[in-house]
Write a protein that binds this ligand. Structure first.
Ligand SMILES: Nc1nc2c(ncn2[C@@H]2O[C@H](COP(=O)(O)OP(=O)(O)OP(=O)(O)O)[C@@H](O)[C@H]2O)c(=O)[nH]1
Ligand SMILES: [Mg+2]
Length: 457
């Protein structure tokens, strides 16, 4: 994938105007390149911020274009494990582009997306799970996502895998010893001990997997689509949950036709909230398209929030609204409780066994309860764990493979199969661990992982 013997450069801060912008260099020639850019007398000491000037032009036309702070992080104790120089300049896009161009002229190459973190991985500064955590941390949109990503960066997941691998290694060694000295039979380890050891490791993998669905929910967020009868106050509730008048609210039914989508932090979960036209029978082509889009949104939603109007007589339309989205978990918001009631939720069978919350988008009553009902529905009813260690599909897939391999090993032991078979299954499990942490990961997988980063990370 990336060539790793040249020196790379990129803007490490977002493009755009700001107080500061940081250009980062990494590689064997980072110091030389920096020297070519900085004022002549500059001596960069390790890990010491040095105030200096940034120079442009050659000979008599050479002049300072900014005052900067440069810091050298020498190999191997830097982010990438190579010599790194960070130059903090004023946050002007033209200036920062120029600094990057000057670094390239002095022999650096523009970094590819994720290349700094890739080098950190390559030089053993981070394992693959931690490198993924860097991308997650940068992309986090809720504080909880950031915390889970940071835990992973700190190595919670890495430590768990290392402990499991160690246990498997120990079992493997003892079983191999029994093989090498067959006359001693199962002297080094009994089949019962092998079975017990393997079952224990598999149990821990399954525990970790059980946490994974929550971890994934935190990491990837989820979609909540708002459905319900026309004019029930769907858009009003959408706006109230967001705290802004994002969707148009009006007295006549059929106001919302297209999908209106907004990101929302619900107790740390990144929820994509979708206001829709509902699934009512359409009266014209535009509306028909709107209803089709609403149906499409239900298809990918984790939860449907069905809004009903309590101030209006109960009719077939309410039943219809409840019936239509029954393929996803539902929360029902019985809205307009500030107005006289035309019916009571408990009178209707369709509402049995679904979370029903009485609210008023107009006064804000019940909104806190509505939020917690949503969190409940999203988290499968269990309280959300604070820091699930596993969070992405690559991890869960590999852990499932490891658990399956160990399951096969357990069966082999139970059937009294030769040690070689048991050892082969255990070796498969250990290979998935290596793939997880990156000590043995195919290049295409690495590419996919680092592609997710943007340039400069
Ligand atoms: N009194 C009262 N009026 C409400 C409440 N919620 C919404 N309304 C009013 O009900 C009407 C319809 O509200 P919307 O939010 O546009 O309803 P909707 O379900 O999005 O409507 P469509 O998009 O047309 O299907 C508006 O006049 C709102 O002001 C509420 O809690 N109490
Ligand atoms: Mg609407």
């Amino acid at each position: 994938m990336f060539s790793s013997d040249d020196t790379i450069v990129a803007l490490a801060t977002p493009r755009g105007r700001g107080g500061l912008g940081v250009v980062r260099l990494s590689g064997a020639r980072a110091q030389d390149v920096a020297q070519a850019l900085l004022g002549r007398a500059t001596v960069l000491e390790a890990r010491r911020a040095t105030v200096t000037t940034l120079m442009d032009g050659v000979g008599s036309r050479r002049r300072a274009i900014d005052e900067v702070v440069a810091t050298l992080f020498p190999s191997p104790g830097s982010y990438t494990g190579e010599d790194v120089v960070e130059v903090s300049a004023h946050g002007s896009p033209v200036l920062l582009d120029r600094i990057v161009a000057l670094a390239v002229a002095a022999g650096a190459r523009l970094a590819e997306p994720g290349e700094f973190t890739f080098r950190a991985f390559l030089h053993g500064r981070l394992d693959l799970v931690q490198a993924e955590a860097v991308a997650d941390l940068i992309e986090a949109v809720t504080p909880r996502q950031a915390r889970v990503a940071f835990d992973q960066l700190e190595g919670t997941m890495t430590a768990r895998i290392a402990a499991l691998d160690e246990q498997l290694f120990d079992l493997t060694m003892r079983l191999e010893a029994s093989l090498d000295f067959p006359e001693e039979g199962y002297h080094f380890i009994t089949p019962a001990e092998v079975a017990e050891g393997i079952a224990m490791v598999r149990g821990k993998i399954e525990e970790t997997l059980a946490e994974a669905s929550q971890g994934r929910l935190v990491r990837e967020g989820c979609q909540v689509v708002i459905l319900g009868t026309p004019n029930a106050g769907k858009s009003s509730i959408f706006n109230a949950l967001l705290g802004s008048s994002r969707s148009i609210v009006a007295g006549q039914p059929g106001t919302t036709r297209d999908l209106v989508t907004e990101r929302l932090d619900v107790d740390g979960l990144a929820v994509t909230l979708v206001d829709s036209a509902g699934l009512r029978p359409a009266t014209d082509l535009v509306e028909e398209e709107g209803v089709a889009r609403a149906r499409g949104a239900v298809g990918v939603a984790s939860v449907a929030l069905v809004v009903l109007d309590r101030s209006r007589a109960w009719s077939e339309a309410e039943l219809q609204a409840l019936r239509e989205a029954d393929e996803v978990p539902r929360v029902v918001a019985v809205n307009k409780v500030d107005l006289p009631a035309a019916w009571q939720p408990r009178e209707f069978e369709g509402l049995d066994g679904i979370g029903v919350v009485e609210v008023s988008a107009a006064t804000g009553e019940g909104l806190v309860r509505l939020r917690s009902a949503l969190v409940q529905a999203l988290g499968g009813g269990e309280p959300l764990r604070d820091s699930p260690a596993v969070a992405n599909r690559r991890h869960t897939r590999l852990l499932e493979q490891a658990a399956a391999a160990l399951g096969a090993a357990e069966r082999s032991v139970a059937q009294g199969a030769a040690e070689e078979f048991v050892l082969a299954d255990m070796a498969r499990a250990r290979t998935t661990f290596e793939e997880l942490t990156g000590s043995r990961t195919p290049d295409q997988v690495l590419e996919q992982i680092f592609e997710r980063f943007c340039i400069g990370k």
